[in-house]
Design a protein around this ligand. Structure first.
Ligand code: ZN
Ligand code: ZN
Length: 174
C-alpha cells in the first residue's frame, strides 16, 4: 500500500501520483478517483470519476436489466436481504451483525419522531422506514417514516427552524 493525500491505494496500481483506471485503461491523477471507506479506511475506487459516472448512467438506462433484477430478487427475497444488508454495512462501515442489530432495534422502535412502524408512500404502505443518514460523515442517524423525513428535509434539518415551527404551532393552535 502506498499513501497519496491521506488515502490508501493499492501500491501496484499507483505510479508517480497516478493511478490505473480499470475503466478507460490508462493512468490518471489520483485526484480523479473518488475515495471510499473499506474496512475502516479510505481507499480509491478502481475506476476514475468519469468512468464511474459513465458506467452508472449506462447501467441505469437498461430497463431490461432493471426488470431482470426485480424478477430475480422477487424470487430470491433472502438473497435480496443479504445483499441489502452487506451493501448498507459497507456504506456505513459497520459489520453485518452491527447493522442487523441496528435494523432490528429501529424496526421495533419505529419512526424516531412519531413512532409509526411503517410509512405510507404514494398511497401504499411501505414496509421499510427510511434510514436517515449523515451524507458527509457516512453515518446512520435513525429510522424515520416518510412524512417525518420529508418534514425534516423541508426545515433543512435546522433545529432552530424546527423549534420556531413548534412554537408557532403552539402559539397559533393552542
Ligand atoms: Zn477512467
Ligand atoms: Zn414519523
Amino acid at each position: 500500500m502506498s499513501k497519496c493525500d491521506g488515502v490508501l491505494a493499492m501500491g501496484r496500481t499507483v505510479k508517480n501520483g497516478k493511478k490505473w483506471c480499470n475503466g478507460c485503461k490508462r493512468y490518471r491523477r489520483v485526484k480523479q478517483f473518488t475515495p471510499r471507506m473499506k474496512r475502516g479506511r479510505l481507499v480509491l475506487r478502481a475506476r476514475c470519476q468519469e468512468c464511474e459516472q459513465e458506467a452508472g448512467r449506462a447501467y441505469n438506462k437498461t430497463q431490461a436489466h432493471k426488470d431482470a433484477k426485480r424478477r430475480y430478487y422477487g424470487n430470491h427475497p433472502e438473497q435480496f436481504r443479504k445483499e441489502y444488508v452487506s451493501r448498507l454495512a459497507k456504506e456505513f462501515d459497520m459489520t453485518g451483525e452491527e447493522l442487523e442489530r441496528w435494523l432490528a432495534m429501529h424496526s421495533r422502535k419505529g419512526c424516531e419522531i412519531c413512532g409509526v412502524l411503517a410509512s405510507v408512500q404514494r398511497g401504499r404502505w411501505k414496509k421499510r422506514l427510511h434510514l436517515d443518514h449523515d451524507e458527509i460523515a457516512k453515518r446512520l442517524c435513525g429510522a424515520l417514516c416518510n412524512p417525518c423525513n420529508l418534514g425534516l428535509g423541508h426545515f433543512l434539518h435546522n433545529p432552530q427552524l424546527l423549534r420556531k415551527a413548534a412554537e408557532y404551532v403552539e402559539r397559533t393552535r393552542p
